[in-house]
Design a protein around this ligand. Sequence first.
Ligand code: 0A1
Ligand code: ZN
Length: 854
Amino acid sequence: MNDAAPNAAPQTFYLKDYKPFGYEVESVKLTFQLSPNATKVHSAIRFTPKADAEDNRFFLHGEQLSLISAKIDGTPVTARLVDGGLECDVPRTSFLWEAEVEIDPAANTALEGLYMSNGMYCTQCEAEGFRKITYYPDRPDVMSTFTVRIEGDEPVMLSNGNPTGAGEGWAEWHDPWPKPAYLFALVAGDLVNHPGSFTTKSGKDVELNIWVRPGDEGKCAFGMEALKKSMKWDEDVYGLEYDLDLFNIVAVDDFNMGAMENKGLNIFNSSCVLASPETSTDANFERIEAIIAHEYFHNWTGNRITCRDWFQLCLKEGLTVFRDAQFTADMRSEPVKRIEDVIALRARQFPEDGGPLAHPPRPEEFQEINNFYTATVYEKGAEVIGMLKRLVGDDNYYKALNLYFERHDGQACTIEDWLKVFEDATGRDLNQFKLWYSQAGTPRVKVSEEYADGTYTLTFEQSTPPPPGQPEKAPRVIPMAVGLLSPNGDEVRATEVLELTEAKQSFTFEGLASKPVPSILREFSAPVILERETTNSERAFLLAHDTDPFNRWEAGNALAKEVRVAMVLDGAAPDAAYLDALEKLVRDDEQDPAFRALVLSPPSQSDIAQTLHERGHTPDPQKIYDAAETFTQTLAQQLETSLPRLYAATTVEGPYVPDADGAGKRALNGRILSLLTRLDGGEQAARQYASADNMTQQYAALAALMKAEKGEAQSKAFFEQWQDDRLVMDKWFALQIACAAPETTAATAKELTQHPLFSMKNPNRFRAVMGALAGNHAGFHHASGAGYQLLAENLIALDSVNPQTTARMCAAFQTWKRYDSKRQAQIQAELERILATSDLSRDTHEMVSRMLSA
Ligand code: 0A1
Ligand code: ZN
């Protein structure tokens, strides 16, 4: 059942309305009597009224709970059940609140609160799931210590903190660190552990475990190593040590997100922790390492210092994403990580920021906070921290961070607290910088240049398109990293960070013997759209000579986009000079394979659509698809004679190791194989498929074959081999849709929704199918409208099962206004159909209304 009748005006929450809770929560003791359909939860909570409370209403959140009894200081009381919780008359002195409620974990398909997944009990409380477990002030600024007793016949019963006792049918846990309820966790089931240990820098031994279903024990070793590396890295780089005797990770199959940082008991979507060479690709390994690090790093940035309210979500998420990106850069390759992150930012955050779902990293209002776990809060939130670090410098950054941990440990904080430590540590005024937190939209920066008498001038004009009817936005502080190259390719000015603070601003460079070639926005020093009139030959020059690896890739990427845009708009042939430049780079064995693979990966079709839209054109998905096909085919032909040698040279021999070097080579090898498959009828790919001993190569071969419509036999074999492995099956589902031609994409996806292994209850499977549909740009946007229809139908069906995942996947429609009027009308009709569904969840209602009101 969904909460509230959302078709009646849903409630909106505002940042400006923040009021502290009127009571301290001194301690929380919870007892769970587990039973699939009737779990009893007894809570004993000591409240003390705050002397200076502005508001002493005693309101506890609670949803989908059956209240059995309530007592204050041992005497039964009658609580008033109100919308979203209960109220009660309480003493003006410290008192013990006790309540007993009953909940139904087996019926909980929303996967929020206490639920069951494959017979295992599991919780997800962020953001507001604890209120589905018991009555409580479920807000992040209420922090308390938790003692938990679990009664049941499950072989393993876990909660936060340290174990304090266990016996036949019961286990007790105590978490000494005060925490908000969203970090509460409980897991119980038939689990086995992969153990490990870590000694902290001050000599404390920490027991580590990864808990999985029997049968998955062999897929934990990589995650365990990643955890140890994360613990060490946080000590080395930030000086932060782990603070409990035990750190548990649990893998669960049914989970709405990637993972969750519950104190001492991280819960992971099994796709983000289980790994083996046979079942996981290089990309899976990299992601798993990053997510394990991310959740672990939350122990300080999120748990020890948490958020005052959910408007401040980017305080913990932006910082933790930034920290996990630093970690991945250190463990693997800094430029490759930066390039991957910028590709992802442009693919996910830029469309959000330029469409109807745009919001600032710190939103000021929401109806359903679950809808704000977005690319803007996470990825743009991290970009803002990257800019701050660039502006104040590394030393000042770590000085400010030390002050942050010293000053705010144990507190629930705001963006103001965060910026204040930087102001205090550096003496810098961050008022203007703060606009990054309060303004939505991606700034555009127009660059022009002048050269005369040895002086080179760069002029920047910034503007952020305001939503219709809103005033022009004030200029922001933009750190613009710039270097200059001489025409012979030498760097004549090393990277310098120019600080843009005005709408229009010029910077001069003196003493240059000739007009330099500028390399602007190095390392993507700010999340902006750069507009600069330049030539393809200058881009090719930077692709060959730039000393900043990010910008070298960027030059190639910009060139690729220009070529593809010209193909789409003017029907031009693929640019010969670009093909030559690509060929040269791909054949250059001196260059890093990972870099060559990235340059050889064309911009995605949705990226081309986005670029066309930014330039005022209406993207035609079919034309974009045709241009991509023609380009790749032409490139394959151009490289024809080199492909067999390149394929052989990039094939990694020997046992599979999921490290960055091997991954880079395999990525390049995979690109080469996909080109080769266009020419050899799939011979090489079939050989690779047959001999592959790891998923990266097996999957690359299968993808190449399926894309060329030559993979039917291998797809069957893949199914036979892996049908019992849920995570590998997700790949099988998704790949068929990703490889389908535009006119068959929706039908392929529809057929897969009829497959016996398709399930609405497993978010990974639903995402594998519907996410692949939305991700196949030309197929999803096929003129028939079949893609839109299929997604809408499935979202309507999913909404009553799992509102959170439904709402998140609705975002596939967010770019609707950029397409032609026929497609707009088709999408609008689907959005209206969703909105008209009776009993639509608050989550989906908010997302669809926001998109329709654009
Ligand atoms: N805090 C987690 C992400 C997360 C957020 C919400 C969830 O359920 C609604 C679950 C997980 C992270 O950043 O990893
Ligand atoms: Zn996080």
